[in-house]
Design a protein around this ligand. Structure first.
Ligand code: HEM
Length: 134
């Protein structure tokens, strides 16, 4: 019998997701390419870390910690006050791709996860840019 393993379990449960989110925000805090999106966040990243951790636990197939505390994520609506175009999307993904490099994931799950994250990040765009700037 084949047992389906969720990305949440594969990443090492809550401790693994916490480590991923911490790496992600540490990178956002230091990579020059992420300076623009870092500036959109509060100076103290503690709440941002906690919210992304809780959201990702549920999104990756683990406990719905974010929903329990804050209700439906309505992610696009919650991002609408931040100017997000292709450059911001790509900077967010750069931090996430680098953060995921430290995770022991098999090639297929990594590719699947990155594609889902890319789709979600792209969905967050709320600025139209000319095609040739992408
Ligand atoms: C595309 C580029 C993105 C940018 C520039 C961006 C930026 C931000 C900013 C500035 C905040 C507010 C931080 C705070 O209040 O502490 C935020 C919150 C959040 N972001 Fe993003 N984000 C992006 C993509 C994503 C993606 C792809 C996800 C999920 C996979 C995500 C998940 C969240 C969550 C869960 C919150 C907390 C929402 C709340 O309860 O207020 N973001 N984001």
């Amino acid at each position: 019998m084949q047992v389906a393993v969720t990305p949440f379990e594969r990443l090492g449960g809550q401790a693994g997701v916490r480590a991923l989110v911490d790496r992600f925000y540490d990178l956002m805090d230091t990579l020059p390419q992420a300076a623009t999106i870092r500036a959109l966040h509060p100076r103290d990243l503690a709440t941002s870390r906690d919210k992304l951790f809780k959201f990702l636990c549920g999104w990756l197939g683990g406990p719905q910690l974010y929903m329990q505390e804050y209700g439906h994520p309505r992610l696009r609506a919650r991002h609408i006050s931040f100017p997000i175009g292709a450059a911001e999307r790509d900077a967010w993904m750069l931090c996430m791709e680098r953060a995921l490099e430290d995770c022991a994931l098999d090639t297929l799950m990594r590719a699947h996860l990155l594609q889902s994250l890319r789709n979600t990040a792209d969905f967050m765009r709320n600025r139209n840019e000319p095609e040739d700037s992408r």
